[in-house]
Design a protein around this ligand. Structure first.
Ligand SMILES: Cc1ncc(COP(=O)(O)O)c(C=O)c1O
Length: 450
């Protein structure tokens, strides 16, 4: 017979016990995988959760524990795990071949859907990830304008290539990763979000090719955007002949069928997409003005093709499996139904959690738009949002690990300090999450972490 427990376990102790199989897998992983993980944002102390299978809004970990999922493929699964339309399309394509080393009709159908849905998408070019998409968009913009410098915003995330590493985390002038040549930093200027005067000042000072930003605000909205700022940015860049790039890797097909640009009514010159565009399989895209995108076209003039053309390759670009998943997913997206559902649940979740904070007298805020939510505890959050204090907001995000851990003990997986609602979540899931959050907040207060 088990010895009766004489005291309640702490969050950390209970985590170690409840997810023991994940702990064992992590030990194994550390023997062969650098750092034990395959994506930096999966780093978690004392070990990350290992998942065995998923369905709808749920996934099951290595111990067989059911988890209600708000991480949902890093935001790529607007329809939830294994949506039948996507799964069947992929299964069907699997039988027909995974890689033809050739052009195929599905890639055209996929591009036609993207073109029909996204306002800025006069032309489309597929990549394999969001990182590749922002890398290509910067190259397109630099080639188009003949200028090197790109203006970006503090705390915005644009993937992990060298150019994206300058300006992501404070101190913003120092690349967030080691191994980035100092000369890369010379081609990036960093602006404060929501501050059009600062942008104007930086545009005045240099020969800027492009302005890139997450249109809902850095860190998928952790630093909320002022929609008026988007309009001002559009006006200013158009006036100066600077290419405006919306990084819609998160917001694309989520904020609306046409993404954040349709949601806010501001059309950029170029847009980067990934995640939902490929229905949860690997994939991304750069879309935008034909006259910019056509720099990628072979003209037949050897001089122009050698010196004036933008090169892009990639073995798996628009591979048949990703194309099949993309077509199936975007066909659902085009109806607008997934958004209606997921947005309503997102609002219910944010309201429910904020009610909990108020009722329990815990300072903090659960915020976000459409089907996104971010949880921050502490009364500093209101001032940080008001002043777009990127350093404080980034810190708040990183210090949310205890909320995530305590929610995992309730059988709920967040993406760091928040997540995404999907077509697969239900009202009951939201009720259950709000009830769990109530217990978590109480527990964090008791353990001195809230
Ligand atoms: C706004 C934004 N841009 C770019 C990326 C990079 O995309 P990927 O992880 O597909 O390389 C991400 C990833 O989360 C993102 O959120």
């Amino acid at each position: 017979m088990a010895i009766a427990q004489t005291r309640t376990l702490t969050i950390n102790e209970e985590y170690g016990q409840k997810f023991a199989a994940s702990g064992a897998l992590y030990e194994r992983a550390r023997g062969v995988i650098a750092g034990g993980i395959t994506h930096d944002s999966r780093a978690f102390s004392p070990f990350p959760i290992y998942v065995d299978r998923a369905e709808g809004a749920r996934k099951w970990d290595a111990d067989g524990t059911e988890l209600l999922d708000y991480w949902v493929g890093h935001g790529s699964l607007l329809l939830g795990h294994n949506h039948p339309a996507v799964s069947e399309a992929v299964a069907e394509q699997l039988r027909r071949g995974t890689h033809y080393g050739a052009c195929h009709e599905l890639e055209i159908r996929w591009a036609e859907l993207v073109h029909a849905l996204v306002p800025s998408a006069e032309k489309v070019r597929f990549t394999m990830s969001g990182t590749e998409a922002t890398m290509l968009a910067l190259r397109d913009a630099r080639a188009y304008t003949g200028k090197d410098v790109v203006l970006r915003f503090q705390g915005n995330f644009h993937g992990w290539h060298d150019y994206a590493m300058v300006g992501y985390q404070p101190p913003f002038e120092t690349p967030t990763s080691a191994g980035v040549p100092a000369s890369v930093g010379d081609t990036m200027v960093i602006a404060r979000p929501n501050d059009i005067d600062h942008v104007r000042e930086l545009l005045d000072a240099g020969d800027v090719a492009a302005v890139i930003l997450e249109p809902n605000g850095g860190g998928w909205g952790a630093i909320p955007i002022n929609p008026e700022f988007l309009e001002q940015l559009r006006g200013l860049t158009a006036e100066r002949g600077v290419v405006l790039i919306f990084d819609e890797v998160i917001t694309g097909f989520r904020f609306s069928p046409g993404g954040a640009q349709q949601y806010y009514g501001v059309t950029p010159d170029l847009t980067t997409l990934a995640k939902i565009v490929a229905g949860g399989l690997p994939g991304g895209a750069v879309v935008g003005k034909a006259e910019i995108m056509e720099l990628q076209q072979f003209s037949g003039d050897p001089d122009r093709d050698r010196f004036g053309r933008v090169l892009q390759q990639g073995t798996y670009n628009a591979n048949p499996l990703s194309s099949a998943a993309g077509v199936a997913c975007l066909t659902q997206v085009a109806t607008g139904k997934p958004h209606e559902w997921a947005n309503r649940l997102g609002e219910r979740l944010r309201n429910g959690m904020n009610d909990v904070l108020q009722r329990r007298g815990v300072p903090g805020l659960v915020y976000g738009e459409t089907s996104t939510f971010q949880i921050v505890l502490g009364d500093w959050i209101h001032e940080a949002i008001r002043t777009s204090d990127v350093a404080a907001l980034g810190q708040g995000k990183r210090s949310a690990a205890m909320v995530r851990k305590a929610m995992l003990l309730e059988g709920i997986d967040l993406m760091r300090n928040g997540g995404f609602t999907t077509l697969a979540h239900t009202d009951q899931d939201i009720d259950r999450t709000v009830e769990a959050f109530d217990r978590v907040v109480t527990r964090l207060q008791r353990e001195g972490s809230a």
